[in-house]
Ligand binder design. Structure first.
Ligand SMILES: Nc1ncnc2c1ncn2[C@@H]1O[C@H](COP(=O)(O)OP(=O)(O)OP(=O)(O)O)[C@@H](O)[C@H]1O
Length: 711
């Protein structure tokens, strides 16, 4: 049950120690303000009995949830929706949410981001002392899940001994011995692991008074509106706090300062889940001698580094690829020093994509509910003004034509707020049927081909890379841009396809199988035709999609569906463009490699082969000459002039077989070229090609080569 949010700031509320419930109306107003002018129609319906039972975000027109409780309660019970499925995933998502907030914050003030993220492992004793709990020795051992009775122990040891015996026997008989698996030991639930996650940035910081709400009230944020953003719902940081509350009971700590402030704000708070309001422990200003600006968030949660280590590092690497203008320092700190990890992702460019702009809705992207909201919020008086100012791509003359088409009940000067429900449906119908120019991608901020290439190069060190940035396209009235990169070879890249997906410049790591990028790369690209071996080569496929609306599938916002044809074909074409660029490079590279290999081989055995060949041909020519001599066709120059076509194939085969093991035509040609005999082919010296299938013999297409030998 909710009694409504305070209209005072939490600090003020604390100071006044007022526990009086607010008037319901105030609470609704306050909530809507906090939710950045969301129209909470359904709340209005239920605020009289103070039950916050239904929430509809009409601002973005895409996020509708129905709560039977407060939003904080709803998300605490359904934390998997926000990517908090299990302790390992919770650790991963916490890192991700904090890093992305930091990037958003620095970019919003056009500051090149510097983000430091530390995960500090906290042992049980340390954790206990943090929460003021005395470590206790076990007294009643049998009480514990991992207790092993002496009978069980005997059984286990006997089993282990039997296994060892069998293995020893097998070894003695020379049979294959299975690698011995470490004894399972005593069963028992794994002990919970705790981590302190700290994320520090050089971003905008937050106004002192807003901090409690930004971190202690679910669905409060500053990223609403129609624009390309990493975050949107006002949920991520609160989920980290809800999880910390659920798993450790410890509050979140925030230090923040805005540019130019000589103080910094420190706030320690947790969240009242039932009422969805911040519960502030301490909120004060402190000296900011260094004039630092940014935010540092610290939260202690249960997690699982062992199982999510690679995911977290993978995420950091991918965010570094798509954000090469940022500098990241990632640290994992453990009590056991050899488990420590420090990775620095250096900045490679100062070129930052422009800040995405807020835009207006395209008429084909709105539904009935959204039109109603826009009408209720507009400051415009007439229908004509409303159409012209609240939507993109409706100019004066088009607005007039549309109103004319709506029917006799409509006129340009009619008051837009007086439109009936039926009239609004008519407008909606017309919006769906009429033809409008596509929205431009001006409001979008893609990473940029240059940045993408830099990111790939700096993190993967590929042998070759190609990038492509498509032009803006549209689906359901939303502009989108697809950028792609394809790399071959590189550091820490496994054989086959390595797919890197990004949506609004954040990496997507889960639910890869059904994603439009994965499916396109696996099924719709004929890699062979670009001379890329899909299974043998180390291929990196990078696709970044930015849009005012990312059509995520599933609750986890981890993949983009394959069913939007505009996006699917843009992804395919972007990858193909990259492959085309790579193809010529690959062909050149293959040729260069072959040439090198040939050179190596040539030096090995061609000289011998040619010597042998020379002997053979000389012998044959001599016998031919003597034949001719006998026939009276004396020719002093016969040795030089006898043309190879006089030699029958069989004779040559036979003779060569005695001398030459294997001569490759290409190599022979190259040898000829290298020996400076790459003259015009001389037909008269043409030796008929030998049987191709018989690899043993030379395939003498190269007359100049033979000529040289023969001379
Ligand atoms: N490091 C930070 N620097 C500045 N402001 C921040 C920082 N972290 C959070 N905020 C503020 O707190 C708000 C709430 O953050 P939160 O992570 O809960 O939601 P979000 O980022 O807006 O959306 P989403 O839930 O989709 O990620 C943000 O909108 C932002 O205004």
């Amino acid at each position: 049950m909710v009694t409504g949010a305070s209209s005072e700031s939490p600090i003020e509320a604390k100071k006044s120690k007022s526990k009086t419930p607010r008037k319901p109306k105030d609470s609704v107003l306050k909530q809507s303000k906090l939710f950045s002018s969301l129209t909470l129609s359904a709340i209005c319906r239920s605020y009289n009995n103070t039950v916050f039972n239904c929430f509809t975000c009409l601002k973005c027109g895409e996020f509708r949830l129905f709560f039977a409780e407060s939003p904080a309660e709803f998300f605490a019970e359904n934390k998997n929706i926000a990517g908090f499925d299990n302790p390992g995933k919770c650790l991963y998502t916490t890192v991700r949410e904090l890093v992305e907030n930091s990037l958003d914050s620095a970019e919003s003030i056009s500051e090149l981001p510097v983000v430091e993220i530390t995960i500090e492992e906290i042992g049980r004793s340390k954790f206990n002392s943090m929460i003021g709990l005395v470590d206790r020795e076990r007294v009643d051992e049998e009480l514990y899940d991992d207790f092993e009775s002496s009978k069980d122990r005997e059984k286990r040891l006997a089993k282990e001994a039997r296994t060892q015996e069998i293995q020893a026997k097998n070894a003695a008989l020379g049979r294959k011995v299975k690698e011995s698996v470490a004894p399972k030991g005593i069963k028992g639930r794994a002990e919970a692991s705790f981590y302190r996650v700290t994320c520090k940035d050089n971003g905008r910081g937050m106004p002192h008074d807003e901090i409690p709400n930004m971190f202690g009230r679910v669905l409060s944020g500053t990223k609403y509106g129609l624009k390309q953003t990493r975050g949107k719902f006002g949920l991520g940081a609160k989920m980290a706090l809800i999880w910390s509350k659920m798993s450790t009971g410890l509050p979140i700590e925030i230090s923040s300062s805005m540019k130019g402030n000589n103080y910094l704000s420190y706030c320690k708070l947790d969240i009242d889940i039932h009422r969805n309001i911040p519960h502030v422990h301490l909120h004060e200003t402190r000296d900011n001698k260094e004039r630092w600006h940014g935010a540092e968030i610290q939260v202690v949660i249960e997690g699982n580094w062992t199982t999510y280590r690679s995911k977290i590092l993978h995420y950091m690497r991918q965010i570094a690829v798509i954000t090469p203008y940022a500098q990241f320092l990632f640290k994992f700190v453990s009590d056991t020093a050899d488990k420590n990890v420090t990775v620095r992702f250096a900045r490679r460019t100062d070129v930052m994509p422009p800040v995405p702009l807020e835009t207006k809705y395209h008429p084909s992207a709105v539904d009935l509910l959204l039109i109603k909201r826009l009408i209720s919020e507009t400051s415009k008086q007439t229908l004509m003004q409303f159409l012209q100012h609240e939507f993109v791509n409706i100019g004066k003359s088009l607005a007039e034509r549309l109103i004319g088409e709506m029917g006799p009940d409509f006129s340009p000067k009619m008051a837009v707020k007086s439109l009936t429900s039926q009239q609004i449906v008519r407008i909606h119908q017309l919006f769906r049927q009429a033809k409008f120019d596509d929205p431009t991608g001006d409001c979008l901020s893609p990473a940029g081909e240059y940045n993408l290439r830099l990111g790939i190069t700096k993190e993967l060190h590929p042998d070759m890379v190609a990038t492509y940035s498509g032009s803006a396209q549209v689906f359901e009235g939303h502009p989108f841009i697809v950028e792609a990169g394809v790399s071959v070879g590189g550091k820490d890249v496994k054989q086959g396809l390595n797919i890197f997906r990004f949506a609004n410049r954040i990496p997507l790591l889960f639910e890869q199988g059904a994603d439009v990028v994965t499916r396109t790369a696996l099924k719709r690209i004929n890699w062979n035709s670009y001379k890329i071996n899909q299974t043998q080569d180390k291929i990196g496929v990078f696709v970044s999609i930015v849009s005012t609306k990312i059509p995520f599938k599933g609750t986890g916002k981890e993949y983009i569906g394959d069913d939007i044809s505009e996006i699917a074909s843009a992804v395919k074409s972007a990858i193909q463009q990259c492959c085309n660029q790579l193809k010529s490079k690959i062909v050149k590279k293959i040729q260069a490699r072959q040439q090198q290999e040939r050179k190596r081989n040539l030096s090995k055995y061609i000289p011998n082969a040619t010597d042998a060949l020379y002997e053979v041909l000389k012998e044959m020519a001599q016998s031919d000459a003597s034949k001719r001599k006998r026939n009276g066709a004396e020719d002093a120059e016969v040795l030089k002039k006898v043309s190879a076509h006089l030699i029958t194939q069989d004779t040559l085969k036979e003779k060569l077989a005695q001398h030459v093991e294997q001569v490759d035509y290409e190599m022979a040609l190259e040898y000829a070229t290298q020996s400076g005999v790459s003259e015009e082919p001389r037909e008269s010296l043409y030796i008929h090609p030998l049987d191709h299938e018989d690899k043993k013999f030379v395939d003498f297409h190269s007359p100049c080569f033979v000529f040289r030998l023969f001379q």
